[in-house]
Design a protein around this ligand. Structure first.
Ligand code: DGL
Length: 268
């Protein structure tokens, strides 16, 4: 039994749906969520800079919070830095977030998938490799959507359904024009817009990695005998935000919804 927290990390609020999902199925696990807003957006950063940043954050979080496992709840961080972080932290199990290319390829009837992510993610050779591995007969259209990342981070929580739909539609239309019929949400921020994507997509299918990431974390907890003691009680959930201030009140409410003792703080 191990009551140390599981750490989730993203450039901002994007990893929260991953954290919620894991928490829903594993309510006895303590959590630390870090929104690295000071360095947002990760999508426009160079790989070496991201590796340096994430190495520094993980060093700090390990020291302060003694995490037993880390989740890079961010596709950009995962494709850019996961391997390097695993090399630097060999005794910390790390789970990455990778665009759900495989289920999209398996679903696509037109043999054409779309991936929506940050520029850093979609231009990483790993994405083309994934597509070639799972669907060599499948075309790939990859679109960078920094505006949509920014929309979720700063405007989503206060936006209405119409505004959300308008934010998503241009991307759906671009994928449709290209001929794709299975769309991968390749940035964790877009999970907040899952229902909107489904509404806008009509008969195109939408794919994400939330379930897969949760199952992978659970498997590693089981393999390493790292599960929290269900009898221990007193689960904590801590929200950390880098930069000059806490999350906006609208986000704060959402973030706090999953933990009785969550707090916002400044770090580094
Ligand atoms: N949420 C992150 C991802 O999954 C990136 C957003 C950003 O550009 O910071 O890629």
């Amino acid at each position: 039994m191990d009551n140390r927290p599981v750490l989730f990390l993203d450039s901002g609020v994007g990893g929260l749906p991953y954290c919620y999902h894991f928490h829903r199925d594993n309510p006895g696990e303590a959590l630390v969520y870090l929104a690295d807003r000071e360095y947002f957006p990760y999508g426009s950063r160079e790989r070496p800079a991201l590796i340096r940043r994430l190495t520094g954050l993980l060093n700090h979080l390990r020291r302060e919070y003694k995490a037993k496992l880390g989740v890079l709840a961010c596709n950009t961080a995962s494709v850019s830095a996961l391997q390097s972080l695993r090399d630097s932290f060999p005794d910390l199990p790390l789970v990455g977030t990778v665009p759900a290319v495989k289920p999209a390829v398996e679903t696509s009837k037109k043999r054409h998938i779309g991936v929506l992510g940050t520029a850093r993610t979609i231009h990483d050779p790993y994405i083309a490799e994934l597509a070639a591995r799972y669907g060599p007969d499948c075309a790939l259209t990859a679109i960078a959507a920094p505006d949509l990342v920014d929309f979720v981070e700063h405007r989503y929580a206060a936006a209405g359904a119409e505004e959300r739909l308008l934010a998503v539609l241009p991307y759906i239309e671009e994928f449709r024009r290209a001929g794709a019929d299975a769309i991968v949400l390749g940035c964790t921020h877009f999970l907040f817009l899952l229902d909107t994507f489904r509404t806008a997509a009509g008969d195109m299918s939408i794919h994400d990695s939330v379930e897969g990431v949760s199952r992978r974390v659970e498997a590693l907890l089981d393999q390493g005998n790292l599960r929290a003691d269900p009898e221990a009680g007193g689960r904590t959930a801590i929200l950390l935000v880098t930069g000059s201030g806490p999350l906006e009140p609208s986000w704060q409410e959402r973030a706090l919804a999953f933990g009785p003792s969550a707090m916002a703080g400044m770090l580094i």
